[in-house]
Ligand binder design. Sequence first.
Ligand code: DUC
Ligand code: ZN
Ligand code: ZN
Length: 468
Amino acid sequence: MTTLIRNGRIVTAVDDYTADILVDDGRICTIGKNLVVGGDVEVHDASGLLVLPGGVDVHTHLDSSTPTARTVDTFGTGTKAAAFGGTTTLVDFCTPIAGVSPLKGLEDWHRRRESACVDVGAHMILLDANPGTLEDMKTLVRSEGVSSFKLFMAYPGSLMVDDGALFKAMRVAGANGAMTCVHAENGPLIQALIEEAVDQGLAAPKYHALTRPAILEGEATHRAIRLAELAATPLYIVHLSAAEALSAVTEARDRGIPVHAETCPHYLFLTAGEYERPGFEPAKYVMTPPLREHSHQQQLWRGLKTDDLQVVSTDHCPFCFDEQPYGMQFSKQQGVESFSRIPNGAPGVETRLPLVFDGAVVKHGMSLNRFVEITATSPAKLFGLFPNKGTIAVGTDGDLVLFDPGERWTIRAAEHHSRVDYTLFEGRAVTGRVKKVFVRGQCIVDGANWRGREGMGQYLRRGESGRA
Ligand code: DUC
Ligand code: ZN
Ligand code: ZN
């Protein structure tokens, strides 16, 4: 099919101009003024709108088991929600079952991924660094296009690896064109704090935050950086929330070490004050790391400005607050008796672009180019997807978003497309709204209308990560 987008203001990480874009057979074939086309072309008028590269969200957990629960979005529902939020590419975390090989884990992930409506790549989570796992890493990079691996420094007894295993995996990643992604919190110390709190009968959701202090994120981030330095691997700190962690990243980057980091909208816009909500409501805000005090936000905005933070991703890890398709045992209600049993994670895949546009461009004076860079271009470059994803240029995929920079609207979970039953941002008014979304030239979101279909998303075999 052929699609023409007329007269939009095209914004990439480096460009800003008005032109027409012609997409043929999935790829942008011409960009120019007043393009003349035949009658069989679908034409969309973008006058007064921004034309942005489709958003790239490199941190989601769709249809995924965690130690305590299962995330509620399938690839079908999660990617539809992403599309309505202007995101056309996801890199999702594949979590293998403990003791099962990562290659087998990827096979299972592919079966679930078949319902995706937008294009999806995979990061692999590693639960050990046994010889078989280290061999699988090489196969994953070379044959499967999985060029990033996440390891946990938190959750002893389930997801955590020790420093030796982390280092071994880092060395293999570094030597094979892959990037190591790290969940940086000091797991054993947090475990001790949780046990103390539980022994004292402290049960409320706010103790999730009080047992995961920022200083322990800072310590683990510093340690991960030093291990990565020794292992000579590019490092990516996921879901960075704390000023202490950002200073470790900044110090390393100033020394020229290839350390990268993302933060998430909830850390930019919400604070630990949410844990003071009445009743069990604060459970909605139980994600890891937890929300921090307001002072951390100033540092995160500073990091986005100075490029010490390169990416804003969502960590979309949705669990319902109440009843849901998998039943109550997989909802936030699991933790009514104790904060330590609340599933860790929150939704966000549908609200990233408008929230960041409103917060960054409208309220913090960030340039449109930098907005595109942190939501599309940098994540595509860091994770081996550029230039097909993350920019607008002749020859690249026709993944495009028509965005109204002036429309004011209010975020409501009832209008979302995810299966989750709440949003962290209920009732928040934002300026800037996604109007139309195209995946490889096909219009899949047209205002409130869905024109996509499950199964149309393609698997993305990625090139090397962390070499941008
Ligand atoms: N880490 C994530 O990346 N997502 C959800 C919970 C966690 O610990
Ligand atoms: Zn994590
Ligand atoms: Zn996550």
